[in-house]
Design a protein around this ligand. Structure first.
Ligand SMILES: *Cc1c(COP(=O)(O)O)cnc(C)c1O
Ligand SMILES: [Zn+2]
Length: 411
């Protein structure tokens, strides 16, 4: 499968045992541990730098994440989806910056992706890689957004998607998946159970496996959000990039993108990464705070209004911890009530967020109060998914924060 790889890829490095593998030696994970032996794709940066420059990018007519193809693991003859993934706007939210007493706050609005969340970046990578490797069916386990994203991108490439979801996923997400024509397997259990079943059935049927923190290409898709932020800010990075964390894959992708840019000499400084977890799903925060070894730490029983942040045992926990530790960043946690309040605040700035996305603003607010962010600092927050994905939570938010603005019209 990894014979279909860009020439710039030199190896697949295991985050657990440290072994470095040639692309053709591995399929998804390292032989040291089929679940925890997650791989990280390593590039020949010197070669990339010779082939492409920031000026080349500026003159590129390719719109969206594929403009960064020279920095991605797929060869340049790959068939790409026609849907535009990426190219999401970066807004300056000066009013919010003023409210938070920060120098500047930008919002990278991933709610504007084709299926409404950042997960499209990974799923686009999955369909492109699967097509190259000759698959026509892809499988994934997901709590909702990754599944919606895969269903959307597979439909666009005329491929089939098999989706394994826990049966308590928000109904909007389940409907969205079905509308894209994917086949759903409702799992009577949690995400972990869905994950295990998806692997078993995909292996039996020779389907491509998109599962996050299992398929190393997913981080490579997600990292393009960092490239776009850098390009949109003319390569002048903010002091902090803030993002919410469930399984830990997005934050790992953001970090990977920033490391690439630093290695290429395209940015001068590494921003600190602020990771926000829900207080009811704070495995990584605990490990970071108590200096525990994430690979040995026992699973917790996660629960949060932010369904996309629920993870008993975050699968990408090694990459997620490294993202904060290696950038001198911080982890913080927010309650369900703080998340709903942040949803309300974002709405009042014109941005509709699902709880998992609004958690980021809640975390920024908390970190600012705790003096972990300073008034002279600038910050990018990633709005990871649209509020239309979970209207039940919007309703809950309105109950607490002003559903009063409907008046009876008199005829
Ligand atoms: C998946 C998701 C997250 C969390 O990302 P992880 O990679 O699981 O840490 C946050 N927000 C939204 C909207 C998501 O879909
Ligand atoms: Zn290994």
């Amino acid at each position: 499968m990894n014979r279909f790889v860009a020439d710039s890829v030199i190896g697949f490095n295991c985050v657990r045992c440290g072994a470095s593998h040639y692309p053709a030696e591995v399929q998804y994970t390292c032989s040291c541990d089929s679940e925890q032996g997650i791989l990280d794709i390593d590039y020949q940066y010197e070669g990339i730098r010779k082939n492409v420059s920031r000026a080349d990018l500026a003159s590129s007519t390719q719109v969206g994440m594929w403009r960064y193809l020279p920095l991605l693991p797929v060869p340049d003859n790959a068939q790409l989806p026609s849907l535009v993934v990426g190219n999401t706007p970066l807004y300056a939210l000066s009013g919010l910056a003023h409210q938070l007493d920060l120098k500047q706050v930008w919002c990278k609005d991933e709610s504007r992706q084709p299926s409404g969340s950042l997960k499209d970046r990974a799923s686009a990578m999955a369909v492109v890689h699967a097509r190259l490797a000759g698959y026509d069916t892809l499988a994934t386990a997901s709590t909702g957004n990754a599944a919606a994203a895969l269903s959307c991108l597979a439909a666009n490439m005329s491929m089939r998607a098999k989706i394994y979801v826990p049966k308590d996923a928000p109904k909007e997400k389940l409907l969205q998946i079905q509308a894209y024509g994917a086949e759903i397997v409702l799992v009577d259990g949690n995400y972990d159970a869905a994950f295990k079943l998806s692997l078993t059935e995909a292996k039996e049927n020779h389907w491509y496996i998109r599962n996050t923190a299992y398929n190393p290409y997913m981080t490579e898709g997600k990292k393009t959000v960092a490239y776009e932020i850098a390009e949109q800010l003319n390569w002048q990075m903010p002091d902090v990039i803030a993002v919410s964390v469930g399984d830990g894959s997005i934050i790992g992708g953001v970090h990977k993108g920033l490391k690439d840019l630093l290695a290429l000499g395209w940015i001068e400084k590494m921003p600190r990464i602020l990771g926000v977890q829900a207080s009811g799903s704070d495995f990584i925060y605990q490990a970071w705070h108590n200096r525990e070894t994430v690979l040995d730490k026992a699973a917790i029983a996660a629960n949060s209004v932010a369904d996309s942040l629920q993870a008993d045992l975050p699968k990408d926990r090694v990459k997620a911890l490294n993202a904060v530790v290696q950038t001198g960043g911080i982890y913080t946690t927010v309650t369900d009530e703080e998340i709903l309040q942040a949803m309300n605040t974002l709405g009042r700035h014109g941005i509709l967020s699902e709880p998992a996305a609004a958690a980021t603003l809640a975390g920024i607010t908390k970190a600012r109060k705790d003096r972990q962010l300073e008034a002279h600092e600038s910050l990018v927050m990633i709005n990871t998914g649209t509020g239309l994905k979970d209207m039940t939570s919007i309703q809950k938010m309105l109950k607490s924060y002003g559903s009063e603005n409907i008046n009876q019209g008199k005829c």
